[in-house]
Design a protein around this ligand. Sequence first.
Ligand SMILES: [Zn+2]
Length: 210
Amino acid sequence: MFASESPAHFKVFTTFLYTGALTHPNLRPIAASKYYYRFVTELFAFAGYFSAYSFRNALLDAFFTRIASAPDDFPYGSVQDVYDCTDASSSLRNLVVDVVVNTGRKGDIKLWKQYLLTTFLVDCIEGAAEEEKVMFAYGVEEVATQAWLEDKKERLCGDYHVHTREELRAARTEDDMEMDGDGDDGGLDMSDKVKAELSVIEDLQKLRID
Ligand SMILES: [Zn+2]
């Protein structure tokens, strides 16, 4: 069910360029969370290869919107996928940490403890320190969580989006594709076929205005 092969990514991307919509069975609201988040994460890493900032922004929004739609059900099981597909300074990784630092619950962390990466927990601790927050200090505060998520949604554009080529160049080093996996299906090998597809995509992008 995981679309680890790049044709699925290309297809979602080209459809997005034509329609502005993210279209795939794994991206439907009814898709199971683990498929949804994994696929969005893969696509986000994929977008890092191109000057695909409107696509990248849409994926960040989609990822966050899904989280915000079920604040009681943060996808701790998908954190490893995010870490597998992004590097340390990725804005998607940063967003996940930010959400957990600000809305995570002690009980959930306890529940998931054995499945969570140490790197992720350290990132959360550092994130909390930066914000001078005591993580999970106020336990279950649904109203506060909801308010934080709504405020965050307003700030996604300013804090996480890329809107110009210059910003993109800076973000691209951050969102480097680091597709994990068993070697042959991870990442793109730059065959002539892929190069040809890329040049078509770049042409398509010129037609689309963010
Ligand atoms: Zn924006």
